[in-house]
Write a protein that binds this ligand. Sequence first.
Ligand SMILES: Cc1cc2nc3c(=O)[nH]c(=O)nc-3n(C[C@H](O)[C@H](O)[C@H](O)COP(=O)(O)OP(=O)(O)OC[C@H]3O[C@@H](n4cnc5c(N)ncnc54)[C@H](O)[C@@H]3O)c2cc1C
Length: 269
Amino acid sequence: MTSTVRAKPRDPRLFPASVVSSTRLTPSMQRVTVRGEALRAFPWRGYDHWFRLFFRHPHQERFHVPEVAGATWWKPYLAMPDEARPYCANYTVADFRARTGELDIDVVVHRGAEGAIEGGVAIWACSVEPGEELALLDQGVMFEAPADASSVLLVADESGLPAVAGILRSLADGTVGRVLQEVPTEADCRALAGPPGMRVDWIPRADPHAVPGAAALAALRDRDDVDPQGYAFVVGEQTLATEGRRHLHRAGMPKDRITFSGFWKTGRR
Ligand SMILES: Cc1cc2nc3c(=O)[nH]c(=O)nc-3n(C[C@H](O)[C@H](O)[C@H](O)COP(=O)(O)OP(=O)(O)OC[C@H]3O[C@@H](n4cnc5c(N)ncnc54)[C@H](O)[C@@H]3O)c2cc1C
């Protein structure tokens, strides 16, 4: 039904770009659109294609492009002096238009107990001006359904929504399965394009102070129809990813049919 698509670039390229616009997509999601001449050649593969995002810290006068030599970027990045080393975080391609060299990044606007926006990228995304320079380092695709997968299960909190939306859009038309998608509020649910056989269950959080991912994990544990011949992709807060995988494996799904990734960890800076 679906073939394996996992692809990690051996020689990842860095793509310079600048911000075109930043707009609120839903109450908890800010869409930043970036454009760059080099981005026209971005090797977009759909699915959950992700990248490292670099931009300048608020205290830095200008953006210094990190040095990337093949897969080696971390050491030279860390070796940059504080006043030059840019911010770095992991994000998913929400949409890509090769003709114009434009790429959309959907950033979760996460908030602290007092309601203030938290997180370096969320703060940046909600205040960035057009023209701000940045760079993207291609990291490829994690989604890896075996060719014989009889169904696809996608489970995520809001940080995994861009990945889920991208995977749904990329799946073959005849794919069947289910999505368990947690979001902060009812108003964050939106139409997602995908195969008609993929049922999408939105899970708005009932308690605004609950740890993201807990409701999606509970919904997953409630299910007693795990398909051992299927494939599962579980991403979001660390506990959702690790406990979700544990649950699926105990329910009979082999580990090599489960892709899981802790996209972030609650309370960690
Ligand atoms: C492969 C991959 C793809 C990803 N794609 C996306 C994407 O497309 N969109 C997206 O929004 N995120 C995405 N993430 C998650 C994102 O990288 C993390 O949320 C990251 O912590 C944000 O960086 P930051 O520097 O702003 O957060 P930090 O400044 O490190 O975090 C600050 C505070 O915010 C909390 N926090 C961080 N993220 C969240 C969150 N999502 N919800 C609630 N609280 C949070 C932290 O626990 C911490 O207390 C992805 C992660 C991975 C690994």
